[in-house]
Ligand binder design. Structure first.
Ligand SMILES: Cc1cccc(C(=O)O)c1OC(=O)C1CC1
Ligand SMILES: [Ca+2]
Ligand SMILES: [Zn+2]
Length: 302
């Protein structure tokens, strides 16, 4: 084979075996996935603890089994899963709905307890080993980061105050939709020394210091107006919605609100309206509509 798509394997951050869509070229196997529909490509890079985009993650024998490759393995596998979620569930081809390549860089900086979308790609730190382990090791984190890209290309919710908290909430809520086995965020890579905890909870935001009602909105100048704190309020409304109408309907109204109704300056009240309009469009003014009204009434947003 001169070059072309291959199937490799590796071990993820939690030591779990997984198969990988790789690409062979000129003696090296790349974390470069060309199996997606509509020519969507997923590529994974390694900053080697620097702060550049890094070069392609490569291996000599298509077995990404060394400890240093675990973050690469999960970033690649989970980006593919998130691509598949948006394509299969919402008919969206990559974050821009135009099949742009999804690029991830792992091993960014040192002791870096962060993950982010930088406007062009996802970037993951390794954590300091106490607060976090390599952040690409959690599917809900990868979904959270890629949803920042989707939001940026659709509603464009400004990352400040209420629109910023909505931006954060959309990333947490789609993090749940992609990984619906719990209502926690980041639990797989957060505090390896403590079991059962998480960065956030959408079922009980107050468990991790977030408000779950407008009465407890946190006015602050830090963190872009507390976007990672006040997201608890729309997160709780989303949880209320999911519990009452189910994930299948909830993810449809959330995707329609994000891509059709929300705008860059939307606040919590606008989000309520956007979700009600989406519900009416998709399911009419029956039980689902009432459920969404109740979900937002319960968090004090009208
Ligand atoms: C760990 C972290 C730090 C700062 C910002 C973000 C951010 O992406 O907003 C971040 O990632 C998350 O919140 C993911 C969901 C766990
Ligand atoms: Ca989770
Ligand atoms: Zn975020």
């Amino acid at each position: 084979v001169t070059h072309g798509a291959t199937s490799g394997y590796g071990y993820g951050v939690l030591g779990d075996y997984k198969t990988l869509n790789t690409y062979y070229y000129n003696g090296w196997y790349y974390l470069y996935d060309v199996t997606k529909p509509m020519n969507g490509v997923i590529e994974t890079r390694d900053a080697n603890n620097g702060t550049t985009q890094g070069g392609y993650s490569v291996d000599s024998n298509n077995a990404f089994t060394s400890s240093g490759q675990a973050a690469d393995v999960d970033a690649h596998k989970y980006a593919g899963i998130v691509y598949d979620y948006y394509y299969n569930t919402h008919n969206r081809n990559s974050f821009d709905n135009a099949g742009s390549t999804i690029i991830s860089t792992v091993h960014y900086s040192t002791n870096y307890n962060n993950a982010f979308w930088n406007g062009n790609q996802m970037v993951y730190g390794d954590g300091d080993g106490t607060t976090f382990i390599a952040l690409s090791g959690a599917l809900d984190v990868v979904a959270h980061e890629l949803t920042h890209a989707v939001t940026e290309r659709t509603a464009g919710l400004i990352y400040q105050d209420q629109s910023g908290a909505l931006n954060e909430s959309m990333s947490d809520v789609f993090g749940y939709f992609v990984e619906p086995n719990d209502y926690l965020m980041g639990e797989d890579v957060y505090t390896p020394g403590i079991s059962g905890d998480a960065l956030r909870s959408i079922s009980d935001p107050t468990a991790y210091g977030q408000p779950d009602h407008m009465n407890d909105y946190y006015y602050t100048s830090s963190d872009n107006g507390g976007v990672h704190t006040n997201s608890g309020i729309p997160n709780k409304a989303a949880y209320n919605t999911i519990v009452s109408i189910g994930k299948t309907k909830a993810e449809k109204i959330y995707y329609r609100a994000l891509t059709v109704y929300l705008t860059s300056s939307s606040d919590f009240s606008d989000a309520r309206a956007a979700l009600l309009s989406s519900t009416a469009d998709l399911y009419g003014y029956g039980t689902e509509y009432t459920a969404v009204e109740n979900a937002w009434d319960a968090v004090g947003v009208y």
